[in-house]
Design a protein around this ligand. Structure first.
Ligand code: TYM
Length: 331
């Protein structure tokens, strides 16, 4: 039986990914590559919606690829590539834009949030069509599953709608994908504001654990994390969002159940618990930081890996695009 197809992407908008990216999505990427036909891309075109100095962007694209390999995405087990190396993403996006309603795109909550923050004059059209390019990323590869965090659910829903609309209007070209969202890890929260999602666009990085932070910085961020009233280490998202978030993080990385952790830390204070979470996180992140640095020291090899990924991605993507062009009547 042929393997199920998986596709996912991540934006190179910062020097380092954060723990929310890792636990919500990237950890799944690594697990899924073993028994799926997996395609993973650094979505550099999506990152153009945020103005960035070209030199900085270039470095971040490579740093992103290096971090993915460092966390365990294995280019010999999956197809790892850069979105802009496969022109079919833009080409399919245009076709999909022509079957997307203006109101439909305007209802995307990420667009609404971002455009409200920036104001109309500072909001570019790319931000508006962003989810349609994302739909093209996914549909081109006939993906069955899309491993992501909760914040991407609506974009995957749009992808499904567009795929179904195209299939019924023209021809059954697209496989309709499903989001793969791990409920307990779908929204890792900020350490300073544990009711808000950990995010690269947070106003302060004090509550954002970056994969490339030094152990000292990571320890400091955990030690100063906001906790809740009371003294007990107990999972209760409503009354103890801070402790619950830390329990989720510890459990995901140590493999211990929340219940076992509650037992282990019963009678101990928040201080001990925070130090223990920091230790588990640091022992996971330290080798990732080292490996990323090694990979960045040999960029020639990194680019060779990405070129190989692009060749395979182009094969699959071009075949889908050809079928799409023919279905819509292009000569
Ligand atoms: P991006 O780059 O913002 O985030 C990458 C992945 O990390 C997940 N994530 C989180 N998960 C749990 N808790 C958090 N606090 C947290 N913050 C981020 C995101 O859900 C995502 O899975 N639009 C996408 C990129 C994209 C894409 C695609 C994804 C472009 N094309 C095709 C899947 C398929 C994005 O902005 O992700």
């Amino acid at each position: 039986m042929s393997k199920k197809r998986v596709l996912s992407g991540i934006q190179p908008t910062h020097d380092s990914f954060h723990l929310g990216n890792y636990l919500g999505a990237l950890k799944q990427w690594v697990e899924l590559q073993h028994d799926h036909d997996a395609f993973y891309c650094v979505v550099d075109l999506h990152a153009l919606t945020i103005e960035t100095d070209p030199k900085v962007l270039q470095k971040r694209i490579l740093l992103s690829a290096a971090q993915l390999i460092a966390i365990g995405v294995d280019p010999s087990k999956c197809t790892l590539f850069i979105q802009s190396h496969v022109p079919a993403h833009n080409q399919l996006a245009w076709v999909l834009e022509c079957i997307t309603g203006f109101g439909e795109a305007g209802r995307m909550t990420q667009f609404k949030d971002k455009s409200q923050k920036g104001g109309t004059d500072r909001t570019n059209v790319g931000l508006f069509t962003y989810p349609i390019l994302q739909a093209a990323d996914i549909l081109l590869y006939q993906a069955d599953f899309v491993p992501v965090g909760e914040d991407q659910r609506q974009h995957i829903e749009l992808t499904r709608d567009l795929g179904q609309r195209f299939n019924s209007k023209f021809n059954e070209i697209f496989n309709i994908p499903q989001p793969q969202i791990i409920k307990s890890l779908a929204k890792i929260n900020d350490l300073q504001d544990p009711t808000a999602k950990m995010s690269k666009s947070a106003s302060s990085m004090a509550g954002v654990i970056e994969l490339l932070d030094s152990p000292e910085v990571t320890l400091k961020k955990f030690k100063s994390s906001v906790t809740d009233d009371g003294k007990e280490v107990k999972f209760d998202e409503k009354s103890k969002p801070g402790i619950s978030n830390l329990l989720t993080i510890h459990s995901a990385l140590s493999g211990k159940s929340i219940q076992d952790l509650e037992g282990e830390f019963s009678g101990k204070g928040y201080g001990d618990f925070k130090a223990a979470v920091a230790e588990v996180v640091i022992s996971k992140l330290e080798p990732i930081g080292k490996r990323t640095k090694e990979l960045m020291d040999d960029q020639g090899e990194l680019i060779r890996i990405l070129n190989k990924g692009a060749a395979r991605a182009n094969e699959v993507a071009t075949a889908t695009l050809k079928a799409v062009y023919s279905a819509i009547g292009l000569v």
